[in-house]
Design a protein around this ligand. Structure first.
Ligand SMILES: C[S@@+](CC[C@H](N)C(=O)[O-])C[C@H]1O[C@@H](n2cnc3c(N)ncnc32)[C@H](O)[C@@H]1O
Length: 372
């Protein structure tokens, strides 16, 4: 079967590596487009939904074709086989449009929806019901410049970046998918110590803890859209296999945070995620690190957009990198304040091992991998 996964653009190679680790065969990596294409079986699809840490959604690929006008999209969708949808099931199109077109994503949804209805009517003689709020089946139709991608959404409206452990909401939390990708980029393994000196509610530490203990990122989730098509047994099979891989290993995962309320929230989140006993928090200052050494630092400092003022940010970045220099072997940091970060990196004489754009929500950010 052919699949594609979506993820935050800029991290495609990291996601492709994880898909391979879990048994998929990569066929194409669309750099900067947040899409990875791969092959595998149904079990792999279920396993990726349940266990992948760097993906947001997994689709069964029905078509990827070039088009010129809106009517072409109708034709492309109408030719597909929707006979696997049960006659009493409802469906919804979830359209996406990137680029300049003389139609809207609503038009894409309308045209593709009609094509599904017409196709099903021709093959089964039944008019399928549309339900935009709680559909049994979700068809994704992504119009990206001059191409249209059609896929069966096996994940559902709730993206895989939602892990279910956030009982405390930090005002600027990091997307756990990006946190996991940053941990991979740091080269961390459970034997190494990891420090997040601006840890907020602890997302990076929690993701590392779950990784080290092989706790499935979707352990707390009970529903994926594929259950409506392939049944619950497939999910239960994967859940059972995954639970056998778990361990209770101790790791060295330390977070420093200025505000006590975030620490208290982080402790609750870590407990909910099953790593409360191996993630540790200290109230402190990232510019005056109170730890002697850490194999890797992975962190998500404030960007200045939501939390603090810009001048303060520049000082914070400089002070943090200065303090981290004698502490860590490697530093991985994400920010939208790219120039401030670059200045601080060069003033503190770090070697830049890697820098990459990552699209985070609507924001252009950069992930830097640094060697002191
Ligand atoms: C973007 S948030 C991190 C969010 C975190 N990754 C999460 O998912 O919850 C940045 C955090 O850095 C903290 N912070 C800012 N300046 C600090 C400093 N000098 N020392 C320690 N923490 C600081 C803020 O209080 C904030 O919680």
């Amino acid at each position: 079967m052919r699949f594609y996964a979506t993820l935050p653009p800029g991290l495609e190679d990291v996601a492709a590596e994880e898909i391979e680790d879990l048994g998929g065969r990569i066929t194409e990596v669309r750099k900067g487009r947040g899409r990875v294409f791969f092959e595998g079986d149904l079990k792999l699809m279920a396993k990726l939904n349940y266990m992948a840490r760097t993906l947001e959604r997994i689709m069964i690929l029905l078509a990827v074709e070039k088009f010129e006008i809106l009517e072409d999209i109708y034709g492309i969708v109408k030719r597909l086989d929707f006979g696997w949808i049960k006659p009493n099931q409802s469906f919804a199109i979830r359209p996406l449009r990137v680029g300049e077109h003389d139609f809207t994503s609503l038009d894409v949804g309308r045209v593709a929806g009609q094509a599904v209805i017409d196709s099903y009517m021709e093959s089964k003689g039944v008019r399928l019901k549309v339900n935009l709020d709680e559909p049994d089946v979700i068809i994704r139709v992504d119009v990206i410049f001059d191409e249209v991608y059609v896929g069966i959404d096996t994940t559902g409206d709730e993206s895989l970046h939602r892990r279910g452990y956030r009982v405390y909401d930090h005002p600027a939390p990091l997307n756990p998918t990006i946190a996991s990708a940053m941990i991979r980029l740091s080269g961390w393994d459970p034997k190494k110590s990891l420090l997040d000196p601006m840890c907020g509610s602890g997302t990076i530490l929690i993701e590392a803890g779950m990784m080290g203990r092989n706790i499935a990122p979707q352990k707390l989730r009970d529903f994926f859209q594929f259950v409506n098509i392939y049944g619950r047994d497939l999910l239960e099979e994967v859940r059972e296999e995954a639970s056998k891989l778990e361990n209770e290993d101790e790791m060295m995962l330390l977070g420093i945070e200025r505000f006590r309320k975030h620490i208290l929230g982080g402790i609750r989140n870590a407990e909910r995620a099953g790593v409360g006993d191996t993630v540790h928090f200290i109230q402190g200052d990232a510019t005056k690190l109170c730890v002697r050494s850490a194999d890797v630092i992975v962190t998500n400092p404030p960007y200045g957009l939501r939390i603090a003022k810009k001048g303060v940010i520049e000082e914070l970045y400089y002070g943090f990198l200065k303090s981290a220099k004698d502490v860590a072997e490697k530093v991985v940091v994400i920010t939208a304040e790219i120039e401030f970060m670059k200045n601080s990196i060069s003033k503190n004489d770090y070697e830049v091992l890697e820098e990459r754009w990552v699209k985070y929500g609507g924001l252009d950010t950069k992930v830097f991998v640094l060697k002191p």
